[in-house]
Design a protein around this ligand. Structure first.
Ligand code: SAM
Length: 311
């Protein structure tokens, strides 16, 4: 497809080039901001999964350039952008090449804020799409959880979190999980995000972790080395396990003699309800007719007879 036909087919692609944005995604963050006014009073921002950098450009323009134009005062806004891939430099943006699933990345970010937490975390992260919807949704969900985990290490209480989400069939679980940490969770679809795309964005306002919550990078579904005993307080949910029935009754893992002590005389009985048309029936019938030992060809013929008999 030529560039001019893409310009015609995708107006945001054209507008991105005209506006000097590195990707059309810039419009998504701009349109989300129109609704939620994300940048007022904000100084420290983390842009997760930032490459090639159009969201970082939006942040740099809004928090640094526009503020410089409005006031002569020193601008102390700080933007830290993280991605697995390298990104061309941007004014006022500190770039980290790293993986958002790693605690070392959270520590690097915090170092740049000199120990102070962030006011806002945004994440436009997406895995390489396979085209298999269930798998893509699952991986996107895991990336969102990684983004949330890193956010729980770097975001101040009362701060906001915006992240890409795939609105698949199990997305309600993710909303509920986010609601445990943010009283206000909204899903929004900017005009610049194609209708044909499953992507939307969760806007989570006013970070309020439950009392005693300790940030963790552990995802119990993925992290098999997780030491559960290290989880304490609200981080540790123990589901009760209960043994039912008389503890003196028979042990289902033991082998007992046919004649049980103190019981009436043993007598072999057929099952109370035999299975209806079990898949092994043909083999049983063949065994009865002594056909199972025969040559393969005989077996084939006879089993055909049996199947014909059954019709
Ligand atoms: N917001 C960006 C912009 O406006 O230019 C576009 C982001 S792009 C849709 C998704 C990015 O997620 C890719 O650059 C990819 O490298 C990054 N990514 C995926 N998994 C990641 C991970 N585990 N850690 C860091 N970055 C990741």
């Amino acid at each position: 497809m030529g560039r001019s036909s893409k310009d015609k087919r995708d107006v945001y692609y054209r507008l991105a080039k005209e506006g000097g944005w590195r990707a059309r995604s810039a419009f998504k963050l701009l349109q989300i901001n129109e609704e939620f006014d994300l940048f007022t009073g904000v100084k420290r921002v983390v842009d997760l999964c930032a490459a090639p950098g159009s969201w970082s450009q939006v942040l740099s323009r809004k928090l640094i350039e526009e503020r410089k134009e409005e006031s002569e005062e020193a601008n102390d806004a700080k933007i830290v952008a993280v991605d697995l891939q390298a990104m061309a430099p941007l004014p006022g943006v500190i770039q980290l090449q790293g993986d958002i699933t790693k605690v070392s990345t959270a520590n690097e970010i915090i170092k740049h804020f000199e120990g102070e937490p962030a006011d806002l975390v945004v994440c436009d992260g997406a895995p390489d799409v396979t085209g298999l919807h269930d798998i893509d949704e699952y991986i996107q969900g895991q990336l969102l959880l990684a983004a949330f985990n890193i956010t729980s290490h770097v975001l101040k209480k009362g701060g906001n979190f915006v992240a890409k989400i795939f609105r698949g069939k199990d997305v309600d679980l993710l909303y509920s999980q986010l609601k445990l940490f943010f009283p206000e969770v909204t899903v929004c679809k900017p005009r610049s995000s194609r209708n044909s795309s499953i992507e939307s964005f969760v806007v989570c306002l006013n970070y309020s972790p439950p009392d005693g919550y300790t940030p963790t990078m552990a995802n119990p579904l993925l992290n098999q080395d997780l030491d559960y005993s290290s989880l304490q307080g609200i981080n540790r949910v123990v589901t009760p396990f209960m043994a039912c029935g008389d503890l003196n009754s028979y042990d289902s893992d033991m082998t007992y003699p046919l004649q049980l002590e103190g019981e009436k005389e043993y007598q072999q009985l057929p099952p109370t309800q035999a299975p209806i048309k079990p898949p092994y029936q043909t083999a049983c019938d063949m065994k009865k007719k002594n056909l199972l030992q025969n040559e393969q060809s005989n077996v084939k013929e006879s089993s055909k007879d049996i199947v014909d008999d059954e019709k």
